[in-house]
Design a protein around this ligand. Structure first.
Ligand SMILES: NC(=O)c1ccc[n+]([C@@H]2O[C@H](COP(=O)([O-])OP(=O)(O)OC[C@H]3O[C@@H](n4cnc5c(N)ncnc54)[C@H](O)[C@@H]3O)[C@@H](O)[C@H]2O)c1
Ligand SMILES: [Zn+2]
Length: 383
């Protein structure tokens, strides 16, 4: 394939169908340089605030600003610190200060240029400034491109817990430039693959088989499989969100792997495992639990374990006790009336939501432990 053909094959557009709040996710290598015309095509004029951090801004803000200015927009930049700690009310306050000083109006727009942290904070600030101004997501991590930039959950952390403050607020547009993944630290890139694998398990066995077939090409960041995988992941998330925007029911299937995953993240003090790694372990372990409960066949567990390993993700439960794990699982958001609800696979492509009984889980945990020494989690500072 020539380069032009490869780029065309890697271009996709997915619509999130939400009536008059519907929006497009445009996926195309190099689309960052076209952001000005994309915004103009939506009728956006006047002031645009680009929110980013030093790591992403240094690489990608100059091209974005150039394109926005070439489209005649009045652009300013707001730079937050890097890292999860920037997902705070303090950052929201800093954005609001900048908007008030620069006299942003109802029709002014915010652009989130960065990973999930920047996207979540920017979306939240946009949703409360003057009771809501439009915002555009420009996700630059795989997690943000396949998950956080789509679906309209915005927000920040509170010192007492993650994601406790926020709104449901949909962006006007999502622009995904997969070439930005080339500069992403490998550990972050691989972590995003956990959410991608999740979409296959919860909704699409053909997609799961595609991942099994093309994992090596994905890891090499080949344009065509990367474009397809981002687009299909966004399609699946868009379809779930369109049916249940505010997570009353169906949207909870997106939490597959997260009941155990969140528990492991909190047991490790959010330092040992990054989110995608915890979700990878969570998926394989929740599949194992489903198998123990007679919900699925052994190959449903083994195919996930094999794919997770090929992606370079961990799959084994870190050293812990059942009591600690169970307590941490109780703190998960999926707890209702004191029962832990978990998403369990019946087969690849089909999951159910089921309350868990403590005793059955303890038996599963003990059986796991008898089967072999627990593997240690991959630890180390976040790359
Ligand atoms: N809103 C949702 O529905 C939703 C869904 C999933 C996750 N999230 C949230 O997203 C956050 C995690 O997002 P994340 O994994 O993108 O983390 P992140 O935003 O912290 O980005 C990870 C790191 O990569 C850097 N980075 C980003 N793009 C880069 C690039 N192209 N090249 C080099 N470095 C780059 C960032 O500066 C950061 O250091 C969490 O706060 C999580 O709660 C939200
Ligand atoms: Zn997740």
């Amino acid at each position: 394939m020539t380069n032009t053909h490869a780029l065309q094959a890697a271009a996709h557009c997915v619509t999130v169908p939400l009536g008059d709040r519907s929006y497009d996710i445009r996926i195309k290598p190099g689309i960052l340089g076209e952001i000005g015309s994309c915004l103009s095509a939506l009728g956006i004029k006047g002031k645009v605030g680009v929110v980013t951090n030093p790591v992403v801004g240094r690489r990608y803000a100059p091209g974005v600003l150039r394109s926005l200015r070439a489209a005649g927009l009045d652009v300013s930049t707001i730079v937050l610190p890097d890292g999860e700690r920037a997902k705070s009310l303090h950052s929201v306050s800093a954005i609001l200060d900048a908007l008030i000083r620069a006299r942003f109006e109802r029709g002014s727009v915010l652009v989130a240029l960065g990973g999930g942290v920047i996207g979540d904070v920017t979306g939240f600030a946009a949703s409360i400034y003057m009771r809501g101004i439009p915002f555009v997501q420009v996700p630059t991590t795989l997690v943000a491109q396949v998950d956080s930039s789509v679906g309209g959950k915005t927000g920040v952390n509170h010192p007492l817990g993650k994601n406790l403050i926020g709104t449901f607020s949909q962006p006007r547009l999502v622009l995904v430039d997969p070439t930005t993944l080339r500069t992403l630290p490998p550990r972050e890139r691989v972590a995003g693959l956990a959410e991608v694998i999740k979409y296959g398990v919860i909704a699409d066995q053909t997609f799961f088989a595609y991942l099994e077939q093309h994992m090596d090409r994905l890891l090499k960041l080949e344009a065509e499989p990367v474009g397809h995988v981002i687009a299909r992941s966004c399609e699946i998330k868009a379809s779930v969100v369109a049916q249940d925007e505010r997570e009353s029911d169906l949207r909870r299937i997106l939490n597959y792997g997260h009941t155990i995953g969140h528990a492991l993240e909190s047991l490790g003090g959010y330092r040992k495992l990054i989110h995608g790694e915890a979700v990878a372990i969570g998926m394989v372990q929740e599949a194992g639990l489903a198998r123990h409960l007679g919900r699925c066949a052994p190959d449903v567990v083994e195919r996930q374990r094999a794919l997770v390993r090929r992606a370079g993700l961990p799959d084994a439960l870190p050293e812990t006790t059942f009591a600690r794990l169970w307590t941490a699982m109780q703190h998960d958001k999926k707890v209702a009336q004191g029962r832990v609800y978990c998403v369990l696979p019946e087969r690849i492509g089909k999951v159910v939501i089921q309350p868990l009984e403590r005793e059955a889980c303890r038996q599963w945990f003990d059986q796991q432990r008898r089967r072999g020494e627990p593997a240690r989690p991959r630890s180390g500072p976040r790359a």
